[in-house]
Every structure is written in structure tokens, then in C-alpha cells.
Design a protein around this ligand. Structure first.
Ligand code: C2E
Ligand code: CA
Ligand code: CA
Length: 634
């Protein structure tokens, strides 16, 4: 009796937490609540029946075998629910399995048959005046159902669970073993009923390990976390529910953090989250990225439009904390399921792509995924895959384009240019895949690989013994802004015995520079060590004069479009001449790119360009061909 009472208290507390704590409306939470409630009723029922036995005597109770039948129905029902819980937890619908619902329906059928038959015949137990209630072969069948359900849940979780849930799997396994042992002991010791207490404690452990609200909610804003987005969207997609996603990407939120401090920034995020929760009664609010939220709405287009208007209206007013008033703007993207994507991965790609497209259009925009060219997402994904494969299989190639030194009248350097040849997509232009690699971060590994290939080339072909003084390597600013960037380059150069003056890094000013300080620190450190820097694509609109003052460039590479323009248009010609004059006065050396004709070569040399690069001399060629080229000419 004491064990039953303790179980009752534990279960009541657990129910209270679930009903009155943060409630996350997902299927597995509903199943977990059902498990707790069914077990709670089982314990309550057991206590009631025992009280009845005490007050009315066993003989009266004997006639009421329905009472024990109900207890059996509840406790064994818990096990079936546990199995439903674990299959849901894996995030994979049984509908998608080759075997379908059969392994789950089988124990349910056996359970239903045994329980219903018992209500008529009372065959699950017998009564003996001396020994009390005795279990029969029927109970043995139900116990087999329990063992089956536990084993099935365990194996299914092990095979199907995604991500790093190893620790949780271990806990489930230990619990399953302990529970099995408790069942065996209980079947031998009939004098004390402690199994309900064990079930209650097991549920508490499961609650904290698997149902922990802090895993489901974002720590700062208390809206649903990113993990939950995946789980809930998957379940909705599986169930064929349609919904709309309103994605809010705060514009320049970094500015708020920088100006007012992170604490105020956090408060602002909290306010946005609270506001979204207050208008999102018919939907769910998630924290999607550091400065991004998603409002998931079930319902029609009208509801979507109303909510969007509310959001836009709210952002016309300041966000207020005790100390500051801040005006924030947000970019809004609308993605509809199933219209814009009917699989989770696909839908998340559409969300990311919409945000990126909206941001490109400027601050405070609203974008509907249906108006975007979603085809390009597929293409981008294919390119991401090709980059990944090229890195994995080491098929990334580096070509070299010679650079002509006007004063010495020979090639004294070359630019390393990456090439990826994909089986499906063919020859991929770097102008297409480099920006994609920068966006998804693979540029770090790709860039390191290119740098290593260049160093190996310098050392293998003994460039020291030729006129080639150094190789120009394109560095993405995303790479240069990494901490540990300097150490990584040094390590590679040491490995191949390449000295710092044999490397020149080309940098383009891009909008991607979000931390000029780290970039400056890294560049300064490498410069001190003797590495030289070129500013790439000068005159293309990206590289500006201000940049030249901030970073220690020695060579300025005039963009090929600027060069070509100068030969098409008189005014552009004058601009180019004076640009060269100005850069010379700043004691910078000048390289003209895109030299394709004799006329260009002659004029660019005469206005004072120090280096010339272009198809007039040679296209970028594989390393062996380049080695031949420098041998022949030098
Ligand atoms: P970029 O750094 O401006 O490289 C010069 C581009 O112009 C190269 O294109 C080169 O093949 C091309 N080019 C050179 N001379 C001529 C010419 O006379 N006429 C014409 N029409 N084109 C000429 P490529 O190899 O397709 O590279 C495109 C861009 O991709 C590069 O522009 C650079 O921004 C990026 N890239 C290439 N390799 C790398 C790399 O290893 N790392 C990084 N981060 N970016 C790279
Ligand atoms: Ca370049
Ligand atoms: Ca360039």
C-alpha cells in the first residue's frame, strides 16, 4: 500500500508539471501525458479496489472481477503507449516503414483480445483462499506483450534515431533493463506490489531525460527551439497538414547589440518573441536563428495576411526597455507548405533561400517564396554537393595563370585559380561555386585545400629556381576572418618548406566582412611575417579606395571590366589613366587583369601598369602545363 501511495504522489506531481508547466503541443508530449494519466488512473483504481476489499471483504470482491480487469487494462495499456511514445520520438512515421504499422498492431491485437476476454471470463487470474490472487497463463501472454513492446521500442530507437541522441539511448536501455528486472522480481514476490512505484519513477526519469522543456524551448526567449521546428514540421508534413511559415529576420540586429550591449539586445529579442506569441494564438513561435523567428500558422491566406500586417505595424513603433527606445526593422518571408516545399529539408532550404533573397533586396522587405525562383535552390544544393564531393574525393584542381612583369619582360608570378569538374554538372565556374561555399562555410576547408595544393606545387616544381617569385592565392574574406587562420597557413607553409615571400594573398572587399578587426589582425600578422597582399577586383564596385588605407596592400589588381571599359569608352579610358596615376603616387604597384589584345597590352604598359594578366598571355592552365610555360618563356 505504501508503494502505491508513493506512486500516486509521484504521478500527481508529474501530471502537474505537464499540465501547468510550459506545454509544447507535439504528438509525443500528448502521448507522454496520456501515459502519465493512464498510470495515475491505474494506481488510483488499484488503491480504490484494495480499499473495497478491506471494507467489504474478499468474498464480495470475488464477484467483482471486472475491477481487477480494469486494473490490468490500464497497466498493460501503459506499455502500449510507451511503445507509441518511442516510435514517435524517433521522428519517423511508421507509415514510411516498409513493414508499416504491423509490428505495433500485433501486440495491440493480443492485448485487446486478452483484456476483452478477461472481462467475460476472468481468465487472467484465479483466486485461492490461501494464496490470494494468482496470475494465470493469460497474464503470461500479457507479460510477453510487455517484453515485446520494450524490445521493439529499444531496437526501433537504436535503428532510427537521428543525430546525437546516444546518451538518451543509453538511458532508455538502462531503464528498459531495470524495468524488466523489476517485472521479474514482482512476479515472484506477490506480497508487496511495488511495480506501479517503479513505473512512476521510470516516468519521472523519462520526463527529465526525454521531455525536458529546456530542450524544447529557446533559453533566452522561451519560444520553441530550432529542434522543435524540425520535429513539428516533420509531423505536420507526415500528417498531410498544410501551414504557412512567416519568417522574421531582424535587420542589422548586430547594431543593437553593439550599440546598446548584449543585455539590451537579449531583452529586445525577448520582446519580439513575446509579441509574436501574443499574436500567434493560432500557431507556434520558434527561434530560428540568432536574430530570426518563425511563426507557424495553420489556417488560410487571410489569417496569414492579418498576422503579417500586425507584425509590420508593430515594427513601425519602437521597442522599449527601461533605458532605451529602439526602432528595429525586419525582413519578412512567407513560405507555404505544401505549395513551396513538401519535405522538411526542402522547406528549410526554401526558408533560408527566401531570407537570403529578401535581405538582398534591402531592409524591411516582404517576400513570398512563391514569387522566387525556387529552381535555383535545387541548383545550389547540387553545387553544394559537388563541392563536398570534390573536397572528400580530393578532385579539386588548381590552375595557374601567368602574370607578366612589364619591367622585367617575363612572367614573375601567377594566379592560382580553383577548378572543380563534376560528373553531373560538368565544369563548374568558380564564380558560381565560391559564393555558395562562402555561404555554407565549406570555403574554409576548400580554401585550405587550395592553399595546400599551391604550397605543394611551389615546393615540388622548385619555383625558387625559376623567374616565378611568388604565387597569388585568392583568399575569401570569410576565410581570413577565421580565428586560427594565420596558424593554419603557417603550418601548411612549414610543411612544404615554402617561405612567406613566395606567397601573395589576393583579397576582395565584400559585404561579407562582418568583423574588420579580426580580418585586420590576421592580415597584419601575416604581413609582419612577410606575406604580401593584393587588392583584387579594384574598380568593380566592391573594392574601394577606403579599403586601401585600412589594409596593407602592395599590389592593386584592376578589375577586367574596368580595363575593358577603358578601351570602349573615352571617359572610362581617362578614369583608368588617372586611377593608375593616383595609385602610383600612393606607391602601390598596379596589375591590369583581362588583357586580351595587343592594343590593350601596349596601352596598359604605356600608362604605367606594372603587371599584366590575361588571355593575351595565357589562360589559366594545369600545373604541369604551367611548368612548361615558364620553362619555355623564362
Ligand atoms: P578573379 O580573382 O578576378 O580571377 C580572375 C578571373 O578572370 C579568372 O576566372 C580568370 O580565368 C579570368 N580571366 C583572366 N584573364 C582573363 C581574360 O583575359 N579574359 C577573360 N574573359 N577572363 C580572364 P575564374 O578562374 O573563372 O575565376 C573567377 C573568380 O572566382 C575569381 O575571380 C575569384 O574571385 C574566384 N576564384 C577563383 N579561384 C579561387 C580560389 O582559389 N579561391 C577563392 N576564394 N576564389 C577563387
Ligand atoms: Ca583574383
Ligand atoms: Ca580579379
Amino acid at each position: 500500500m505504501d508503494f502505491e501511495l508513493s506512486a500516486l504522489i509521484v504521478l500527481l506531481v508529474l501530471t502537474y508539471f505537464q499540465l501547468f508547466g510550459h506545454r509544447v503541443p507535439i504528438k509525443r508530449n500528448r502521448i507522454f501525458l496520456s501515459i502519465t494519466l493512464v498510470e495515475l488512473f491505474a494506481v488510483l483504481w488499484s488503491l480504490t479496489v484494495r480499499t473495497l476489499i478491506c471494507s467489504r471483504g474478499v468474498s464480495a470482491f470475488e464477484k467483482m472481477h471486472m475491477c481487477i480487469g480494469i486494473y490490468y487494462m490500464l497497466v498493460y495499456g501503459v506499455v502500449l503507449l510507451v511503445m507509441a511514445y518511442f516510435t514517435t520520438w524517433t521522428g519517423r512515421s511508421l507509415k514510411r516503414e516498409r513493414f508499416g504499422y504491423l509490428p505495433v498492431l500485433l501486440p495491440v491485437a493480443v492485448y485487446a483480445e486478452e483484456i476483452i476476454r478477461n472481462f467475460i471470463t476472468g481468465h487472467l487470474y484465479s483466486y485461492d483462499v490461501q494464496c490470494g490472487f494468482l496470475e494465470t497463463a493469460g497474464t503470461g501472454i500479457l507479460n510477453a506483450v510487455v517484453v515485446y513492446c520494450l524490445l521493439f521500442s529499444l531496437i526501433y530507437c537504436m535503428l532510427r534515431v537521428k543525430g546525437n541522441a546516444f546518451a538518451r539511448l543509453m538511458v532508455i536501455s538502462v531503464l528498459a533493463v531495470l524495468f524488466g528486472a523489476a517485472m521479474v522480481v514482482q512476479s515472484m514476490v506477490r506480497t508487496v506490489i511495488f511495480l506501479d512505484f517503479i513505473v512512476a519513477v521510470t516516468l519521472v526519469v523519462l520526463y527529465f531525460v526525454m521531455q525536458n522543456p529546456s530542450d524544447m524551448l529557446d533559453n533566452n526567449t522561451h519560444v520553441l527551439s530550432r529542434n522543435m521546428l524540425d520535429e513539428i514540421l516533420s509531423a505536420d508534413i507526415d500528417a498531410g497538414r498544410s501551414f504557412n511559415l512567416v519568417v522574421l529576420a531582424l535587420d542589422e540586429f548586430k547594431f543593437v547589440n553593439k550599440t546598446f550591449g548584449v543585455a539590451v539586445g537579449d531583452m529586445m529579442l525577448m520582446q519580439v518573441a513575446n509579441y509574436l506569441s501574443s499574436i500567434g494564438r493560432h500557431g507556434l513561435v520558434y527561434r530560428y536563428g540568432s536574430d530570426q523567428f518563425i511563426l507557424q500558422l495553420y489556417g488560410d491566406e487571410k489569417r496569414l495576411q492579418t498576422k503579417i500586417e500586425l507584425v509590420r505595424e508593430r515594427f513601425r513603433h519602437p521597442w522599449i526597455t527601461e533605458e532605451v527606445f529602439v526602432m528595429m526593422s525586419t525582413t519578412v518571408c512567407c513560405v507555404c507548405c505544401p505549395e513551396d516545399g513538401n519535405e522538411l529539408e526542402n522547406l528549410i532550404d526554401v526558408v533560408d533561400y527566401s531570407v537570403l533573397s529578401a535581405k538582398k533586396m534591402g531592409k524591411g522587405n516582404i517576400v513570398y517564396a512563391r514569387d522566387l525562383d525556387l529552381h535555383s535552390i535545387k541548383k545550389e544544393k547540387a553545387i553544394e554537393k559537388a563541392i563536398e564531393e570534390a573536397i572528400e574525393q580530393d578532385t579539386v584542381e588548381v590552375y595557374y595563370q601567368p602574370i607578366f612583369n612589364v619591367e622585367r619582360q617575363c612572367y614573375t608570378s601567377a594566379e592560382a585559380l580553383v577548378r572543380i569538374q563534376d560528373d553531373l554538372l560538368g565544369n563548374l565556374p568558380p564564380e558560381t561555386f565560391i559564393p555558395i561555399a562562402e555561404r555554407n562555410g565549406s570555403i574554409i576547408r576548400l580554401g585550405t585545400m587550395i592553399f595546400e595544393k599551391v604550397c605543394r606545387f611551389i615546393s615540388e616544381y622548385n619555383l625558387r629556381d625559376t623567374d616565378i617569385e611568388y604565387i597569388e592565392v585568392n583568399m575569401s574574406v570569410v576565410q581570413c576572418m577565421q580565428r586560427g587562420f594565420v596558424e593554419a597557413l603557417n603550418e601548411i607553409m612549414d610543411k612544404y618548406g615554402v617561405s612567406h615571400d613566395q606567397i601573395n594573398l589576393e583579397i576582395t572587399e565584400t559585404a561579407a566582412v562582418n568583423s574588420l578587426t579580426i580580418l585586420q589582425e590576421n592580415i597584419e600578422q601575416l604581413y609582419q611575417q612577410g606575406i604580401r597582399f593584393s587588392l583584387d577586383d579594384y574598380g568593380s564596385g566592391y573594392a574601394t579606395i577606403g579599403y586601401i588605407h585600412q589594409l596593407p596592400f602592395e599590389i592593386i589588381k584592376l578589375d577586367k571590366l574596368m580595363v575593358w571599359d577603358a578601351f570602349e569608352n573615352e571617359r572610362a579610358g581617362i578614369t583608368l589613366k588617372h586611377t593608375v596615376g593616383m595609385l602610383k603616387e600612393l606607391k602601390l604597384r598596379i596589375l591590369a587583369e583581362g588583357v586580351e589584345t595587343e592594343e590593350q597590352r601596349a596601352r596598359l604598359s604605356s600608362i604605367g601598369c606594372d603587371y599584366l594578366q590575361g588571355w593575351y598571355y595565357s589562360k589559366a592552365v594545369p600545373e604541369s602545363e604551367f611548368a612548361q610555360l615558364i620553362k619555355k618563356v623564362s
